[in-house]
Design a protein around this ligand. Structure first.
Ligand code: SAM
Length: 284
């Protein structure tokens, strides 16, 4: 595939082009996205009305095909086959295809069939929310939408609670308070950001603990699209290798039981587990 960023009139190499589109502000379409959409043979999209509006805004007229990952295997097979001779752009209603949107199966099948695939970077609400929030971004875990059922939502949050990273979720206005209530119960001390209507006129990013944010959004029901971010746990649990090093250093000057107690105090790791590990290290 062409590696040029310059618009060109040449025919595109057949294959699949993953094209990110704006998440609100139409000015966020990239030059390369406009170029590929202008020169492709057709656009596979989630909703032809939504993509039709974007193409009209760009002054582009192209055949459009509805695509979702649940489409019949046969239909996907035909689309993949067509890319042996056609350049097809895949877009979602907004943002980056496949980020909580369809496309995964299509890309997987194209790769299996040796069809060239290329991905054009652009807007993605998770990344915009993360950068705007001011929460630690050296490590983040994107977890898509939380389950809508209470039990499953709770289990997901419990599973993620000890992850040493900022957690990033997609959220909707009607469900925000329920998610905040679960966070209040499971992670009451964690710094949270609610990033709403990103890149749009009423863009807002509100930070606080779950309790305060619940009170605010109870009084001001949230409208529009939301990215919910949860800062990492305060104590950064050391890796196993780091814990081993600390134990080894401590055991140079004290008994294993004392070393385990000291490392436990410093790291918050379980003393008994550390002691068992110290005994293992002694016999190694
Ligand atoms: N593929 C998209 C992307 O790259 O961001 C996400 C698609 S997902 C179906 C839609 C969810 O993304 C919304 O419910 C919301 O959580 C988030 N989202 C999309 N646009 C947003 C915006 N402008 N502001 C805040 N969140 C947004």
């Amino acid at each position: 595939m062409s590696d040029t960023a310059q618009p060109s009139q040449d025919r595109l190499t057949p294959g699949l082009y993953l094209v990110a589109t704006p998440i609100g502000n139409l000015g966020d379409i990239t030059l390369r996205a406009v170029d590929i959409l202008s020169r492709c043979d057709g656009v596979a999209c989630e909703d032809t009305r939504v993509t039709g509006k974007l193409l009209k805004h760009l002054g582009i007229s192209k055949p459009m095909w509805r695509y979702d990952d649940h489409s019949e295997h046969r239909d996907r097979g035909r689309l993949v086959d067509s890319m042996r001779s056609r350049a097809v752009a895949l877009v979602s209603d907004a943002g980056t295809p496949m980020i909580s949107d369809p496309g995964y199966r299509l890309v997987n099948d194209c790769r299996a069939e040796g069809i060239p695939v290329t991905s054009l970077p652009g807007a993605c609400a998770a990344v915009v929310g993360l950068t705007l929030s001011g929460l630690p971004n050296d490590r983040f875990l994107f977890a898509g939408f939380l389950p809508s059922k209470e039990k499953a939502r709770r289990e997901t949050l419990e599973e993620l609670a000890n992850t040493d990273a900022t957690l990033v979720f997609y959220e909707t206005g009607p469900r925000l308070l329920k998610s905040l209530a679960a966070l209040k119960e499971l992670m009451p001390e964690r710094e949270i950001a609610v990033a709403r209507e990103l890149t749009k006129l009423h863009e807002e990013c509100r930070r606080g603990l779950a309790d305060g944010l619940m009170a605010y959004y109870d009084a001001n029901p949230p409208k529009g699209e939301i990215v919910l971010l949860v800062g990492p746990p305060e104590t950064h649990a050391p890796s196993d290798a780091d814990a081993d090093t600390m134990l080894r250093e401590a055991m140079a000057t004290m008994k294993a039981s004392q070393a385990a107690a000291q490392v436990s105090k410093a790291t918050g790791l379980d003393r008994k587990t550390l002691y068992a590990r110290a005994m293992e290290m002694k016999s190694e």
